[in-house]
Design a protein around this ligand. Structure first.
Ligand SMILES: C[S@@+](CC[C@H](N)C(=O)[O-])C[C@H]1O[C@@H](n2cnc3c(N)ncnc32)[C@H](O)[C@@H]1O
Length: 330
């Protein structure tokens, strides 16, 4: 008898836990022993972090998600026609909420056969795969559970013209040199018929930017402190999240938002799994995310450095957020 759990439309490959990935333990050991303590934002996204991020996307102050969705709504049909994509590869796919706008357009155009979500959070990739095969009859989903900084080479070979999407402004979480390196790696996924669609938040009034990362309901603060719960659970640390204030500040020189956690008092935390005492001075800040804001010139330069050229520049009437469609330079 056929095993009802085996679904031919879904394949999920997981590359986490095989010892290859740069783990939370490595990042914590490096990041908590630096003069400016720092942890990379990918560790926010356990199931609670993913839930909080979804709530952030609905907040009145958090304009990026609704603006990006509006741009997608306006342009998806055109994007489907220009790309003729047979498969959609999504980096940091999350719940694929906005992706459905593109999947709808590609499905309606009759070209779509495969969706390849790449995300560190296994539960989200699995749930999303299940939902999508039900929503789009005939669609195959090949999920890659992994770190997109390490596992891009695990993205399966293309099944036809490919559209790689990297939404939500997540590219802004990279420091500039890493960002250029990463864009070059993404370009490596593209053949002459393929495209990249990337979402980037644009430089604007610092008050608007800071409010987007420090909402009045305190959801972003909880999301930021969730990182300490992750460290407590995964590395047997003894952070008291109420010892830390959420800080969101626009750095005008670098044109990025920084999220930090500021220690309310001098105290020492122990990360028991690493046998690591970590001292915090009163007022000391630990950086948990940068989120770069872009200008069109900056994006053009970054794309050109990666051997890509702009095909469409898509933005909202107030130019708050941009989607760029690019392709390997001919
Ligand atoms: C800011 S959310 C964006 C989610 C969705 N794409 C959107 O636009 O709303 C970032 C997503 O990227 C994933 N992510 C972050 N860093 C990652 C990494 N290094 N490798 C794979 N996925 C990552 C997170 O799990 C999360 O789902």
């Amino acid at each position: 008898m056929m095993n009802p759990l085996v679904q031919p439309e879904i394949r999920i490959d997981s590359y986490l836990g095989d010892g290859q990935e740069r783990s939370l333990a490595d990042d914590a050991r490096d990041g908590l022993t630096r003069p400016l303590k720092e942890l990379p934002p990918k560790h926010f996204y356990d199931s609670r972090g993913a839930e909080l991020f979804d709530q952030i996307c609905e907040l009145p102050e958090y304009y990026p998600t609704r603006t990006e969705r509006a741009i997608l709504n306006d342009t998806a049909t055109e994007l489907a026609a220009v790309t003729g994509a047979v498969e959609l590869v999504e980096l940091g796919s999350g719940t694929a909420a906005k992706t459905r706008v593109l999947l709808d357009a590609l499905h309606a155009a009759g070209t779509l056969t495969r969706y390849v979500p790449v995300d560190v959070t296994e539960g989200m990739v699995r749930d999303c795969a299940q939902e999508l095969i039900e929503e789009y009859p005939g669609l195959r989903v090949h999920g890659v559970v992994g770190d997109f900084e390490r596992h891009l080479d695990r993205v399966p070979d293309p099944a036809g013209p490919r559209l790689v999407v990297f939404l939500g402004g997540t590219i802004g979480n990279f420091a500039p040199s890493e960002r250029r390196r990463f864009l070059a790696q993404i370009a490596g996924l593209l053949g002459p018929e393929d495209h990249l669609l990337m979402g980037t938040d644009l430089v604007k009034d610092p008050e608007v930017l800071e409010a987007a990362y420090d909402d009045r309901q305190g959801v972003t603060a909880e999301f930021n402190r969730n990182l300490l719960h992750v460290l407590n659970r995964e590395l047997d640390a003894d952070f008291d999240p109420s010892d830390f204030d959420h800080v969101a500040r626009f750095d005008a020189g670098n044109e990025w938002i920084e999220m930090r956690l500021r220690s309310r008092r001098a105290h020492t935390v122990t990360v028991r799994a690493l046998d690591l005492p970590v001292h915090f001075a009163a007022g000391e800040e630990m950086r948990t995310e940068i989120s770069a804001k872009f200008t069109r010139e900056r994006i053009d330069e970054d794309l050109a450095d990666a051997g890509l050229e702009l095909v469409r520049w898509l933005t909202d009437p107030e130019e708050q957020f941009a989607l760029t469609l690019s392709a390997p330079a001919g």
